[in-house]
Design a protein around this ligand. Sequence first.
Ligand SMILES: *Cc1c(COP(=O)(O)O)cnc(C)c1O
Length: 434
Amino acid sequence: MLYYSTNGQSPKVDFKTATINGQTPDKGLYFPEFIPQLEKSFIENIDEYPNEAIAYEIIKPYVGNTIPADVLKKIVEETVNFSIPLVPINEKIASLELFHGPTLAFKDIGARFMSRCLGYFVKDQQKKVTVLVATSGDTGGAVANGFYDVPGVDVIILYPSGKVSSVQEKQLTTLGKNIHALEVKGSFDDCQQMVKDVFAHAADFPQLFLTSANSINVARWLPQQFYYFFAYKQWADKNNPPVISVPSGNFGNICAGLLAAASGLPVKHFIAACNANDTIPEFLNTGIYPEKKSVATISNAMDVASPSNFVRIMEIFGQQVPDLKKQLTAYSVNDADTKATLKKVFDEYQYLLDPHGAVGYNALEQYLSGNILEKGIVVETAHPVKFYDVVEPIINKSIEIPAFIKEQLEASQQVTLIDNSLEALGSFLKNQLM
Ligand SMILES: *Cc1c(COP(=O)(O)O)cnc(C)c1O
């Protein structure tokens, strides 16, 4: 399998090079040359496969011969070695709980897969491998956790000051060792821009081998397909496939779902559930892609004004918006409705959503109210305890904090406050790493 650039100006590369590069040299995104089609018998008999076998089957064609089969099997096993249950909330809606990994968010899956692939690929690299990550909240923790104490790899995490939850901030800043947390005086989009700018100036850092770990990296994006198959495996009514609602920010997660569907996974319809950052809902409604600035919400991991992965979604649908709209509906849900949904679902069904899941649930309900024969899945992207400071006042109750999170909340932080500029990031790299 080769990957081309969505900007069309960079050479095609294999999975190894795409993973190491992160972004294409022409500042596009890597996209697979073709979408593998799964055997019908595989889908029909999916109940009989253990999760790691499903994951291996899905990822194998994308990795090609860049990782030997036995190594890839081990990587995949370690990626999915926690439970990913489909939990019914009521007769119509079930929750796909993606928060049982080490940092309590779905990003653990992509981050675990990518860190292990990258670890394999850079084993004999001469330069110091430096992974740059801009995070709106959850990516940083998952990536930091995946790379913690990996020899020869430094991780630089940029997060927007004052815009991540206290649990998230602790997950970024308390690891230490090879994990460097930078608190940026700016927004998530600023952080993302700084990472892009450093790549454009890579020649200024000759001792460093720079790579990224955002959802644009194919090794993070592609394994996110796994759990859509795990969901289908657990879906009782195979004759009536689910509508799947995905709380969306940078659109990597939902793009993986759409890719899975393009490979043959039965899904009725996808819902992109956005918060007040409504660029894509507006684009699908008006046909005009608006220029927006991100706004802060209580579902902060989705505070993204210009979702990077949307170009990949357009690529899956051959740039045909009408085809895309047949499979995808996007909604924007404001904070007030998010809170009301979280409270309602807790009061009526004793199921506690996190703010991101609540956005997903609200959007799914809107869709199902006009499509009464359908049933759906809300992808629950984070554990509510990660956002206890938001959730507790809404339900007027304290939620139990797991012991390992409590420990983290008490640990001391190591963090550097920096300006929102390429110069500030550049001098950190020079002073700390070179
Ligand atoms: C990152 C994140 C999202 C958004 O996922 P994208 O792939 O960026 O669309 C949603 N919910 C939570 C909890 C997240 O951490």
